[in-house]
Each structure stands twice: as C-alpha cells, then as structure tokens.
Design a binder for this molecule. Structure first.
Ligand SMILES: [Zn+2]
Length: 380
C-alpha cells in the first residue's frame, strides 16, 4: 500500500495575529521538555507528515506492533506527549491546551483528544528490541510520565533553540531542490563529525543522484556524542573543499536521537522523504548504540517495507585498503583483512581527545585543523 499522504506536507503553523488571540485565552498551560517541543515543531512544519498531532493510543499501538500508523502508512517510532498523572486527571476531552517550553515560552497549541496509559516494557521491547536500562532510549522512556496526551497540534511560535537558524524546514529544502532542478536527492543522517568513510558514502550516493542533503541531528543526544557546533564547523570545511559547488544542502535536524537502530533508520528515512529527498543512505549500525543491534539490522528492516516511498541506499561499511590504496567496501575489494583499515568514530574521538595525529585516510586535514582550532570541548 502506498502512503496516503503522497508528497504533501502538513502545515500547522498559526499566524502571529491568530497566536496573539489564542494566548489571551484562559487555556490550561502545560510545560513540555525540549524533545517534545521539537517534536511538536516537526509535526507543525511537516517534517513528520502525515502526522498532524501527538499520537493517540490506536496509532501508538499500531506503530509499536505493526510499524504502521492506524491508517496503514509506514511509521516506526511513536511520537507522543507525556503528562504528569495529577494534570492528566483534570484534562477534559477535546480541551485546548497551550504547550510551553521549560522557560515558560508558549510555543504550541494542543487539542487533548485522548489521555491514556501505556505499557512501557512492551513498548521498549518492540521499538528498541530490549528492555535494558543500559539502552539510552529505553532509560528515557522508563523515566517519563505514565500518561500520554494524544491530539492535533499547532505551532504558535518557534522554539527557542540554540541552533534554530541552522535548521531548514521541509518547505525550504523542497524549494532549494526545485530551484536547483534536482530530480533525485540523497540524504545523509549523522550525529558525528565527518570522516573519510562518511565522505565516501556521501559521494557514492552523489554519483547517482543530482544532489545530497547532509542533515545532522542537533536535538538531544547521549553524553559522549559530538557537540553540534563541532559537527557544523567540520562539515562546512569539508563541503567547501571537497564537494562540487551547489551539490549539497547542509542543514540541521532538531529532533532527539532515540538510538532505536533499525526502526529509527526507517523513521529517519520518512523524515527525509518529507524534506524532498528521493534516496536515503543507510550505513552500518544506523542509529545504533553499544551492541544492541547487528551491524546490518538497519539494512534488513527496509526489505520488509517496500511501500516506504524513499529508496534506501544500503551501503556496506567502507574502509581504506592498503592494497587497493583507496576507500572501498567488502563489495568491491578482494583483499584480505590484513590490508584493511577501518575508520572508527571511537578511534577518532580518542585521537582528538589525546591530541594525537589523525591520518589523512581517516579524516581530511582541513577538517582536523578546523576541529583543533577554537573550542576543543568536543563532546556532550
Ligand atoms: Zn583492497
């Protein structure tokens, strides 16, 4: 079945005048954490099309057990709004609620269509494949309130976010794609500074598409991940020096990482479809953490979802081969493992932190220089 929304974007942004009138009303105010505020914004700007609000129970259960919305459209990660028990008790059906950031700014409007409980262990097992509290996504789920509110949302004002200027809306990326007359656009999800294996994959994609959207996550990430400002700085240098002019759209995606591995890979692909992309790069252990997922689990999940509406580019892990003398993968290099040099993010982190040399086959020297200039507190 083809997703019902086709290529249409949801738009739930309310005009300034209308927002002013809404804010004068005596509606209930609820404070939501950053992740939920960013989700609300993503719904409103169409990044999560076809969603028009926080999921109700029927959608959540369908997503958890079938990887589809109740309508049948592919969707793999629940998008939800938790609320404290004592507040939940007072909410009336279809009551309008103003959603505020933790600093008190009023950013969203919600129609509370349903307040409901949910089964955290079953959710964790299905979505993350584990109930272990060592998994950062599971830990966050178990730490959240026990009640959820589902219902339509609208955006009253842009969230106050450090990297807001670096974000583009799906409308904006679609306009750039149209202007540049790109018929095919690959997209690259990342939460790291770029090393040569990333660049190799981006350029493999760019050899068969007209352009590429490099789209790092700049919402919540676990401690130890790279700070967004370093990712932005590193990519600017890489794109300027090593990509053809106007072949890249570089923007941030302000949403939380869930570390849900294969399911999150599909979620990331759906979002990029909304941003106007036709192809989505899936590498090794996409959106994985620790050893919770198999190296290519995120490849296999796409085989079960033929109606996704964006083409996954399932790439094997690239490495530098001393015999081939270039970046290759096990699909194109016949040489034994003794010739292989894998480029691990962990190794690069270690070299950066200990101020040791980073070989050029791992990372472009311009990128290393950029990383070593200015602030060197790289990690969250
Ligand atoms: Zn080789």
């Amino acid at each position: 079945m083809i997703c019902a929304h086709g290529g249409k974007l949801i738009n739930k942004i309310i005009s300034k005048e209308e927002s002013r009138d809404i804010l004068k009303k005596n509606y209930l105010r609820i404070v939501a954490g950053r992740d939920f505020i960013l989700d609300l914004e993503k719904i409103a700007i169409g990044a999560y099309s076809p969603l028009t609000g926080f999921m109700k129970k029927s959608d959540i259960e369908s997503v958890i057990y079938k990887m589809r919305l109740a309508s049948g459209c592919v969707w793999t990660i629940p998008i939800f709004l938790p609320v404290e028990d004592k507040i939940a008790l007072d909410i009336k059906k279809n009551e309008l609620i103003i959603i505020c950031e933790e600093n008190g700014r009023e950013v969203g409007l919600l129609r509370a269509e349903e307040v409901f409980s949910f089964n955290k262990p079953a959710w964790a097992k299905e979505v993350f494949g584990t109930k272990s509290l060592n998994h950062p996504g599971v830990k966050k789920l178990f730490d959240t309130h026990n009640k959820l509110i589902g219902g339509e949302v609208w955006l009253l004002d842009k969230p106050d976010f450090e990297f807001e200027k670096f974000n583009l809306s799906p409308q904006q990326t679609r306009e750039i794609i149209l202007e540049r007359n790109w018929k095919t656009v690959a997209s690259f999800q990342t939460r790291n500074i770029p090393h040569r294996a990333h660049e190799f994959q981006q350029k493999l994609a760019l050899s068969i598409t007209d352009g590429i959207l490099i789209h790092p996550i700049i919402g919540w990430k676990k401690a130890g991940d790279f700070h967004p400002e370093h990712i932005i700085k590193a990519y600017k240098v890489l794109i300027k020096n090593y990509f053809p002019r106007n072949s890249v759209i570089f923007a941030g995606l302000a949403t939380a990482m869930r570390y849900a591995g294969p399911r999150e890979a599909v979620f990331h692909a759906i979002i990029r479809k909304n941003y106007g992309c036709t192809h989505f790069i899936v590498g090794r252990d996409h959106a994985g953490v620790g050893d919770f997922y198999g190296k290519y689990d995120a490849h296999h999940i796409f085989e079960t979802l033929p109606d996704l509406g964006i083409k996954p580019l399932l790439f094997r892990e690239p490495y530098y081969c001393n015999k081939c003398r270039e970046m290759v993968s096990d699909r194109i290099c016949p040489h034994g493992t003794k010739w292989h040099n894998y480029i691990s993010g962990t190794k690069i982190r270690e070299l950066l932190s200990t101020k040791k040399d980073i070989p050029e086959f791992m990372m472009r020297k311009e990128v290393v220089e950029a990383m070593r200039s200015g602030k060197t507190n790289y990690f969250l």
